[in-house]
Design a protein around this ligand. Structure first.
Ligand code: ADP
Length: 783
């Protein structure tokens, strides 16, 4: 090639090179990328113009030395950068680094650099030479401050967006509100997570299948949903409905769904956007509230209770209150004047007074008054009012009103009954009580009980004081009886004990306690009866009975005495005649020549007199036989009891115990009551006398027999009758007693026989005797 050509070519080449260098410079400037070279052998550093600009320097300041470069790297990044570059070079990697520099003006810029190493002066030769180290490093440096900032700002924005999205999601989840958008052009639906949750679906399951979703809508609500969507598409009114969905697990949820349709400029709908809220719980609590309101008003209706409130915002009456007062709710709550007009005239003044005080003093009340309903019915009303005070400020009143007519009438009735009962108790001197003797609790003590113990019913009296009134001699027995009953959880009947009144009088009382079996230990309900009068009467009767017995005894003795005297008198004469005749007879026979004739005559006279004496006795016996014209029904058992009672004193005095073993349901026998009484008295007196001093058992039985008789037996455990005397004792005048008449058994036998019966005795000597008699018993003479 010719020199010219070469020069020309060189010139062209140099121009091209200049141009491309200028372009590179420009490009670097636009991209904020500079480059640099570092000759490791000479430590000369060459920077491009842009590199100077990046470092905030002017290209005029070249050349650059290593120490200056190092000093311009941000102190916090310096160590790390150089270490990193060294490490990468040793490892044979291309060091790439991002670090900050500090411009002389103090401005901090972030740069990124890419370093390369050159091993020979020939471009592209990367073989290592013998020294094992590159001869040059070169690299690019880019100012990425603005990019970094944009990146950071972008990151910040996206972080905030995520955050607010998360918050929105959270809020939606808490409020059970989700949102959806339905792209009408592509027929694609996007749901927020909450909508998935509401439908019981998993948000990870991929795109939503519209057909599947419409199937989840409750069959009864499907038409409603479709129609609402259709209407929203047609009109500009948003869809706003409540419908149910059935979740895959079968649970039914209620959803409030609102959707608006978005349209393009030509008015064509392209999207439906809306929210869905799960209102199942709200619906439930609404229902529960309605229900509880219903129950409340129903409860008020059943309890005949109304409620009211009176405050600044007005005067409220519940439905039941109107009913109680017989008013029409349509007319609203009455004024105070109208209200007072409803109150019974007799209670009106006091009610007006109460309302006045209530308004002036802001105080509540609780009282029962009578009202007269518009229909004329009289009702008893219990009205309760309470002031409402909030933070010390009076706000108004609330209250309840209850129809207590039935209770009030019952209470009045009860009070009346109690009055009657109290009066009855005081008339009968019976007090009633209910107490726990164990815990000393008193549940009830009637006024009469107080009076019986000498207390004033108005004074509070503890149980101990009742016990203190018991007579010291009776206290131990009473306490023991009650203790015993408590521990055996049994009833008790303390038949007689004395109580001492504070004024010194002593009363006899009887206490009967009934253990309350359902109740706890020691719980008794009972009565205390004042038996003082009865006791006195009994004592009087006892005295009288004693007198009667004594009289009967005296009568008997007298009768016997008289009888004996009469007999003695009667018999004395023939006996005296017999003795005289016998004497004469002896006289006639005593001479030389006994006068047989005279003697016979005298002997006959004796016989005659003796016969007359016998006749007299027969006559006496026949007297008894004839002496009962009476035949009346006689209750033998009753008679036995009466005689036993008459002989009460003899029985006690001789320590005799009486046993009555009487046949039940006996009918009367036909007989003479007085005579039969005489028989029983003779037999029983003999028995008692046979047990005199030693005491013993007196047993009386009555028993009807199959052959139409009644057998009465009187047995004792006394001396008994010797066997050879068992018949003799019935003989007239047979007696073994110093004061005896020997007539008792004889008369008794003749009485029994005159009644058509028999009387006999059996005895084991020394072990008592039994006397039995029979009487005809036909069971005809009913009582
Ligand atoms: P008095 O009783 O007057 O002796 P009674 O004719 O009643 O006359 O009795 C006759 C006698 O029969 C009595 O004296 C007594 O010896 C005997 N006697 C009667 N009853 C009994 C009896 N229960 N136990 C033993 N001896 C009796």
């Amino acid at each position: 090639m010719a020199n010219e050509d070469v020069e020309k070519t060189l010139a062209e080449l140099s121009r091209d090179l200049q141009e491309s260098k200028a372009r590179l410079e420009e490009a670097q400037q636009v991209a904020h990328v500079g480059h640099w070279e570092w000759d490791l052998e000479t430590d000369v550093v060459v920077w491009s113009d842009e590199t100077y600009r990046i470092f905030g320097l002017s290209p005029q300041e070249r050349p650059m030395d290593l120490a200056t470069v190092r000093s311009m790297v941000h102190p916090e990044d310096r160590e790390r950068l150089y270490q990193r570059v060294d490490q990468d070079l040793v490892a044979g990697a291309r060091p790439e680094a991002e670090f900050r520099i500090v411009r002389p003006s103090g401005e901090v810029r972030t740069v990124s650099s890419l370093t390369s190493e050159r091993w020979s002066s020939l471009p592209g030769d990367t073989k290592r030479d013998a020294s094992g180290r590159p001869y040059k490093l070169f690299g690019t440096i880019q100012d990425i401050t603005d990019r970094k900032r944009t990146e950071e700002a972008f990151q910040e924005i996206s972080r905030k967006l995520q955050e607010s999205n998360a918050r929105l999601e959270e809020a939606q989840r808490i409020a059970n509100v989700g949102h959806y958008s339905w792209n009408l052009v592509e027929n694609r639906v996007i749901w927020s997570d909450e909508v998935y949750r509401i439908y019981g679906l998993d948000s990870q399951q991929g795109p939503i299948d519209l057909a599947k979703v419409s199937e989840m809508i409750h069959p009864e609500d499907r038409e409603l949903v479709f129609r609402a969507a259709e209407e929203a598409l047609q009109s500009k009114v948003p869809a706003d409905i409540e419908h149910r969905v059935v979740r895959p697990d079968g649970e039914v949820r209620t959803i409030h769904s609102v959707g608006t349709v978005k349209r393009d400029t030509s008015g064509r709908p392209y999207e439906m956007f809306g929210t869905a809220q799960d209102i199942t719980e709200r619906k439930r609590s609404e229902k529960a509230l309605k229900q509880s309101q219903f129950y409340l008003s129903e409860g008020q209706r059943l309890a005949h209770m109304g409620s009211w409130a009176f405050n600044d915002s007005g005067h409220y009456w519940s439905d039941e209150l109107y009913k109680i007062y017989g008013l029409d709710p349509q007319n609203g709550a009455p004024t105070i004047e109208q209200y007072l007009a409803l109150i019974h005239p007799q209670d009106r003044a006091s009610m007006a007074e109460t309302i006045k005080r209530m308004q002036e003093e802001h105080c509540g009340f609780d009282q029962i008054e009578r009202i007269v309903r518009p229909d004329g019915q009289l009702r008893y009303i219990r009205a309760v009012a309470v002031p409402v005070i909030e933070q010390g400020v009076f706000k108004g009143f609330i209250g309840t009103t209850m129809d207590v007519t039935e209770q009030e009438l019952l209470t009045q009735e009860l009070r009346r009954e109690q009055g009657y009962l109290g009066e009855a108790q005081s008339l009968a001197h019976i007090g009633s009580w209910a107490t726990n003797f164990y815990t000393k609790q008193i549940f009830h003590i009637s006024d009469e009980t107080f009076r019986l113990h000498g207390f004033d019913p108005k004074d509070p009296t503890p149980l101990e004081r009742f016990f203190d009134t018991i007579h010291p001699e009776d206290a131990a027995a009473v306490t023991a009886a009650i203790d015993e009953a408590i521990h055996s959880r049994a009833d008790f009947d303390i038949r007689e004990y004395r109580v001492c009144h504070p004024d010194g009088t002593i009363r006899f009382v009887r206490a009967i306690g009934h253990h309350n079996r359902s109740g706890e230990m020691g719980y008794y309900v009972g009565i205390t009866v004042d038996i003082t009068e009865r006791k006195k009467a009994e004592q009087e009767r006892e005295k009288l009975r004693q007198l009667e017995a004594d009289l009967a005894h005296i009568n008997r003795v007298n009768t016997m005495g008289e009888l004996a005297a009469a007999l003695a008198h009667e018999i004395k004469q023939p006996i005296a005649a017999a003795v005289a005749n016998a004497g004469a007879c002896l006289g006639f026979l005593a001479g030389e020549r006994p006068d047989i004739l005279e003697a016979r005559e005298a002997a006959s006279g004796t016989i005659g007199s003796a016969r007359r004496a016998a006749e007299i006795i027969d006559h006496v016996r026949s007297l008894f036989k004839k002496s009962f014209p009476q035949r009346e029904p006689v209750e033998v058992n009753e008679l036995i009891r009466e005689v036993a009672l008459l002989l009460h004193n003899d029985i006690r005095r001789n320590s005799v115990t009486v046993h009555l073993e009487l046949a039940e349901n006996l009918q009367g026998v036909a007989g003479d009551r007085v005579q039969l009484e005489q028989v029983l008295m003779n037999l029983m007196l003999n028995a008692i006398e046979a047990m005199r001093d030693a005491g013993g058992d007196l047993t009386i039985t009555s028993q009807p027999t199959d052959d139409g008789h009644l057998v009465v037996s009187v047995s004792d455990t006394g001396l008994g009758v010797p066997a050879n005397k068992i018949d003799q004792i019935f003989d007239t005048f047979f007696t073994t007693k110093p004061q005896g008449t020997g007539m008792g058994l004889a008369i008794s036998r003749s009485i029994v026989e005159s009644h058509g019966g028999r009387l006999w005795a059996t005895s084991d000597s020394g072990r008592g005797a039994t006397f039995r008699f029979t009487l005809p018993y036909e069971g005809l003479m009913g009582t």
